[in-house]
Write a protein that binds this ligand. Sequence first.
Ligand code: HEM
Length: 67
Amino acid sequence: MAAPANFVDDKSRLAKTDAQLLQSIADGIEAKGMPAFGASLSLAQRRAGLAYLRATFGEKPGNAGPK
Ligand code: HEM
């Protein structure tokens, strides 16, 4: 199985918009092994996960807002 996203060494993913990353979190990236969290986590929980990633590994677009 592919390794989880490495947000420390590869900042390119964090350059994506919040909407794009929330989409990935909700739908997963099946081909790469990222599970979909759209059914198991509420939108608020998915946003909290993304907020954690942004706060820990880097801010970028931060175009938050309801999706
Ligand atoms: C069992 C738990 C998880 C596994 C195994 C996993 C695995 C992965 C993998 C394999 C990728 C793709 C890496 C690549 O592109 O090379 C990925 C991307 C990502 N993961 Fe996870 N992940 C997990 C949980 C989470 C959680 C809880 C969050 C946030 C709440 C999260 C957020 C992301 C984001 C934002 C990306 C980048 C998506 C993009 O590039 O569009 N992941 N993960």
